[in-house]
Design a binder for this molecule. Structure first.
Ligand SMILES: NC(=O)c1ccc[n+]([C@@H]2O[C@H](COP(=O)([O-])OP(=O)(O)OC[C@H]3O[C@@H](n4cnc5c(N)ncnc54)[C@H](OP(=O)(O)O)[C@@H]3O)[C@@H](O)[C@H]2O)c1
Length: 277
């Protein structure tokens, strides 16, 4: 029987590529998100794997809405979180940029008063840390119901958390702090499953749409990275720490599946490892 993989946030920017890679690798894949909807795509290539995934609706903060799904699951992935506590930035990132790139970039962090939230969970603490801790604990409870824990059984199960390489310039420190705090909490549960902690940098999709804002930011970051490598020859450490390589959602997904399949792997997967640098 195919190994069961549950991807929380499976219809998101990264989550959908994890689902695609897992379907191709022969897993039985279930995506969980609040809407329960499949991602939209006009590409024939996407249509094929999308119909292989079970698209389910549940809220990560309400374990009663999904704990049954975790029964018998071998692998769980947490692929949701926020970069800014201002709820508008995700909408702005999916808009077409204006001709004035400076005001467009500034608008990503702007918008209505961030203290007036329509979603009370939209904080680094809740979205980046507690959502993962709640999910990992619910997975642990389901594993415990199965009885005795032998090491071989522990190695059969993995919990993947999508963390981050470093903070980004102009992004509050709460972002990376909440990621690192979540990593520590998940590592504490290694008696029950293998924690896989992915640390990607800025991500792009290899099948990108050139007019999407993410493509625009990706190109700018790539230019900076090449400038640092070829003009400054990576000689200034503070520039190397600041200007990091970008990584595609396909590379991250491939790396997750590789680590998931290795029963002896647990721990952190760095950006360099994902990129094989
Ligand atoms: N994008 C990057 O460049 C980047 C870089 C480094 C790290 N990361 C990390 O990678 C992960 C994935 O990022 P992403 O950009 O792919 O995110 P995304 O596109 O926003 O996808 C997140 C998904 O989670 C679902 N979701 C949100 N709240 C939920 C809830 N309460 N219960 C269940 N599902 C919920 C959403 O679907 P519904 O709205 O239908 O619920 C959405 O499809 C995050 O942890 C992020 O911090 C991203």
């Amino acid at each position: 029987m195919a190994s069961k993989l549950i991807v929380f946030g499976g219809n998101g920017f990264l989550g959908k590529r994890i689902c695609q890679e897992a379907v191709t690798a022969g897993y039985q894949v279930v995506s969980v998100s609040r809407s329960g909807k499949a991602p939209h795509s006009n590409e024939l290539n996407d249509k094929q794997w999308i119909q292989e995934v079970q698209w389910t609706a549940a809220d990560i903060f309400k374990p009663d809405s999904y704990h049954e799904l975790l029964k018998g699951a071998h692998n769980v992935v947490h692929s949701l979180g926020i970069l800014l506590e201002n709820e508008n930035y995700k909408k702005t990132l999916s808009k077409t940029p204006t001709n004035d790139s400076k005001s467009y970039l500034l608008s990503i962090g702007a918008g209505p008063n961030p203290l007036k939230k329509s979603n009370p969970y939209w904080t680094y603490e809740m979205m980046n840390k507690q959502s993962a801790v709640i999910l990992a604990n619910t997975f642990k409870q389901e594993i415990l119901k199965e009885g005795k824990m032998e090491q071989a059984k522990v190695n059969e199960r993995s919990f993947t958390y999508i963390s981050a390489d470093k903070g980004f310039p102009m992004i509050p420190g709460g972002y990376i702090n909440s990621k690192r705090e979540a990593e520590i909490e998940i590592e504490k549960m290694k008696k029950y499953f293998r924690p896989i902690i992915m640390r990607p940098g800025f991500m792009f999709d290899e099948r990108k749409n050139a007019i999407e804002p993410r493509s625009f930011i990706h190109t700018a970051l790539e230019l900076l990275y090449c400038g640092n490598k070829f003009l400054l020859q990576n000689k200034l450490q503070f520039m190397n720490d600041l200007i990091r390589p970008t990584v595609s959602t396909q590379q991250v997904s491939h790396s997750i599946l590789t680590k998931m399949k290795d029963p002896n792997f647990s721990g952190v997967v760095t950006l360099e490892e994902i990129l094989h640098i």
